[in-house]
Ligand binder design. Structure first.
Ligand SMILES: Nc1ncnc2c1ncn2[C@@H]1O[C@H](COP(=O)(O)OP(=O)(O)OP(=O)(O)O)[C@@H](O)[C@H]1O
Ligand SMILES: [Mg+2]
Length: 565
């Protein structure tokens, strides 16, 4: 026999639902009117059904609906009488009794999952959406289609009020996507918050409660998340200035679709180092249990350092594409204080990379802690009171401080979401406070260096589609003798004509390398000369200082002997 619960929901709810609610708050007279109206509606439904093709079958259904309707209406009458004439205690008793009774005649349970909870998009809702999207293609008649990654395919999801049935270990469930009406209050300057809008309901027989709330929902989450990862569009977020977070302070980040083409195959660097990084990333993504076991937050920090144009930003994009993670590009200069920094952190999702580019330029975080005015004395640098002053400055609305940033990376708040990577980039590693880049905060320090022969081969393959060439030897030895960033090498390799003349491109590169070598030689000679002159001046200075000292001592002793009696 088909369970009548959810069928009752979908077929009869439009008839019974509103009438029932109106009745709850009204008098018996209103009830009688409502009952008459409802019976009329049920009757009209019967009339409609009678005229359908399967007349006999529908007649039976119509009768059973009418019967059910009149039974419920009877119950409502009793309920209204109780509400009107019985004292509160008795009413509570009857309320309990009616719930019990409803449990017998309507043994279905319903769980609601809202799209937004506590101001954030509910991850459970998102997983259910993906899961049902895959399930609904065969069952539902109305689906929504969204474009995903590279615009190659569509992701389908359930449309409003469509129902999808699912079965798990013998338990049958009914999913429906519902939507509450938006607020139309004319007095409010804003419309209703988005968290009040969409929600899924899942209905099932009470006897399957353990299966559905346990293994079934876990199964839905797992499957949904897997589909989500497969289909998801990576996003590139950037933080809005603190003053621009919206009336409810909930819109901290703005985003666009992340479509950077970088990947590890096209990244030019030492292949061994590259493999090490790839292995490290894979190990990180598979270490959920390990991190839980050792009691560490599931996060990892990478410090990318090296001269300009050596591929630090490109590496971040390659990592994001490799892991299929979102990127949060954090602009520290537009964060007002440490408290706002924490809010931004809490608002990032899991499976994401939080990036702070050029950390040495972002804030006054370089080297040791500094005072605003004048030079700080050595003993003041480690003074805990000094640090407290600085902390105070960060929280009362002035600015982000070093300790605020340290807490952001490795404090209690850093564990507020799983599977996150934090990356800093800098051109000057030596300028950074050691506390900022110690292991545990920045677990892996990756040097992005000038282009060497192995990296050049990758670029030659990328830009000219060649694995070898007679000029490779010359290029290789020139790269050993001079320093050129992969960015500059790549620029020389880009064909300047449509014919893609490989020889011309490589000759351009050889010429540029020779020029760079010559410039570096001249620069070195100039530096050596300056050093030599400086050394000579220093020696002369010390010689004259010695002479002056001698002269002073001699004059002092002569004066002393002249003054002796
Ligand atoms: N290692 C590399 N492999 C492939 N391409 C590279 C590499 N390094 C640089 N490039 C190319 O040079 C351009 C600039 O590189 P990128 O922005 O990654 O350098 P960066 O190290 O972040 O520089 P900066 O320190 O100035 O921010 C990129 O568009 C990329 O095409
Ligand atoms: Mg960069």
């Amino acid at each position: 026999m088909q369970p009548i619960g959810p069928q009752l929901c979908n077929t009869c709810r439009p008839l019974l639902g509103p009438t029932e609610f109106t009745f709850m708050d009204s008098s018996i007279n209103q009830y009688l009117q409502a009952k008459t109206k409802m019976e009329a509606e049920i009757e009209s439904k019967n009339i409609y059904l009678k005229s359908s093709e399967k007349e006999g079958e529908m007649n039976m259904m119509g009768e059973s609906w009418a019967e059910l309707g009149s039974r419920i209406a009877g119950l409502m009458l009793v309920w209204a009488t109780i509400q009107q004439f019985f004292p509160t205690q008795l009413r509570v008793y009857f309320e309990k009794l009616s719930v019990k009774f409803l449990g017998i005649v309507y043994p279905f349970v319903q769980i609601t999952i809202h799209e937004y909870t506590g101001g954030r998009r509910n991850e459970v809702y998102a997983a259910i959406e993906s899961y049902l999207g895959a399930k609904s293609t065969k069952q539902a008649r109305r689906l929504k289609a969204d474009m995903v990654k590279n615009s190659k395919s569509f992701v389908l999801s359930l449309d409003k009020s469509e129902e999808v049935t699912d079965e798990f270990k013998g338990a049958k469930v009914w999913w429906v996507l519902r939507e509450t009406a938006r607020s139309t209050t004319p007095f409010l300057p804003y419309r209703s918050a988005p968290e009040e809008r969409k929600y899924y309901t899942v209905s099932f027989h009470r006897k399957y409660g353990d299966i559905v709330t346990g293994p079934y929902l876990s199964h839905v989450m797992e499957e949904g998340k897997a589909i989500e990862i497969k289909n998801r569009q990576q996003k590139l977020y950037t933080n809005k200035p603190s003053d621009n977070w919206g009336w409810n302070g909930k819109h901290l980040w703005s985003h666009i679709v992340f479509e950077h083409p970088a990947n590890f195959r096209t990244l030019a660097m030492d292949p061994k180092k590259k493999q090490e990084i790839i292995d490290d990333l894979i190990a990180f993504t598979k270490s959920k249990e390990y991190y839980a076991k050792v009691g560490k937050a599931w996060k990892r920090g990478y410090l990318l350092y090296g001269p300009p144009g050596t591929g630090k930003s490109t590496m971040i994009a390659a990592m994001a594409n490799f892991l299929n993670y979102d990127v949060y590009d954090l602009e520290l200069t537009s964060v007002k204080n440490n408290s706002d920094l924490r809010k931004l952190l809490v608002d990032t999702s899991s499976k994401s990379i939080i990036v702070i580019e050029d950390i040495d330029c972002s804030l006054d975080l370089t080297g040791k802690r500094k005072k605003k005015k004048g030079k700080i004395r050595e003993e003041e640098q480690n003074d805990p009171l000094e640090m407290k002053e600085e902390e105070k400055e960060g929280d009362d609305g002035s600015k982000v401080t070093l300790s605020g940033l340290l807490n952001f990376i490795d404090g209690i708040w850093s564990a507020c979401g799983p599977e996150r990577i934090i990356i800093f980039t800098t051109n000057h590693k030596d300028k950074l406070d050691p506390a900022l880049i110690r292991r545990g905060r920045m677990d892996m320090h990756i040097e992005m260096s000038y282009c060497k022969f192995e990296a050049f081969k990758v670029l030659a393959k990328n830009y000219l589609d060649i694995d070898s060439h007679p000029l490779f030897g010359t290029v290789g030895s020139l790269l050993e003798e001079t320093s050129m960033s992969p960015c500059d090498v790549a620029e020389n390799l880009i064909p300047k004509t449509a014919s893609k003349d490989v020889d011309t491109c490589l000759n351009n590169l050889v010429e540029a390398l020779n020029k760079a070598k010559e410039t570096a030689k001249l620069k070195n000679e100039k530096e050596a000369k300056t050093k030599k002159v400086a050394g000579k001046t220093a020696r002369r200075y010390s010689h004259w200082m010695k002479m002056i000292g001698k002269l002073r001592r001699k004059t002092d002793s002569e004066n002393k002997s002249n003054n002796d009696p």
